[in-house]
Design a protein. Structure first.
Length: 173
């Protein structure tokens, strides 16, 4: 398992970095689009119809990909007051349970996103001309990446902190 983690860690790091950069670019693009929408509405008196659905699409992508990075970096929301009062063994069990549930949630989100995308693919987003199922692609890809990063963290916790730390040190070298 350690060799597998050593082999896959750089790829997951690049995936995490890509998700973070894509999220940042999406946030900036959405801000510019909304700025253009406001300018068009109040200055040109002609609101661009494409700006709102496109900005919502971008927001879906950067929220879900950013959430995946949060899972990998372990900065997602949590209720730690109960965890910190427990013994180290119970903390490990709680961490494994939490990460397992996050992985199941990511898989379920992706699965139901596929169902939603398939069910709405023949519809068309009027202003953009895209298939309706495109709205659910962030759920699909975000769910898969959330599950992958949660499983990575699950393995790290399962192997123990010192093993996970040695993997990160070997990755940095």
């Amino acid at each position: 398992m350690l060799r597998f983690m050593l082999a896959i860690r750089p790829t997951l790091g690049r995936l995490s970095q890509f998700c973070l950069y894509f999220s940042g670019i999406g946030l900036v693009a959405m801000t510019l689009i909304i700025g253009w929408q406001i300018f068009g509405r109040y200055v040109l008196n002609d609101t661009p119809a494409w700006s709102e659905p496109l900005s919502l699409q971008l927001m879906s992508w950067f929220i879900l990909l950013g959430s995946a990075v949060g899972v990998r970096e372990s900065v997602h929301l949590g209720l730690d007051i109960v965890r910190h009062g427990a013994s180290p063994r119970i903390q490990k069990i709680m961490d494994l349970l939490s990460l397992g549930l996050i992985a199941v949630f990511g898989i379920a989100m992706s699965y139901y996103g596929v169902l939603l995308a398939a069910g709405t693919w023949t519809a068309t987003i009027p202003v953009l001309g895209w298939p309706g199922g495109v709205d659910f692609l962030p759920l699909v890809f975000g769910g898969v990446i959330i599950a992958i990063f949660a499983l990575e963290r699950f393995i790290d916790v399962f192997l123990g902190e010192e093993v996970a730390a040695s993997i990160v040190v070997q990755e940095a070298a």
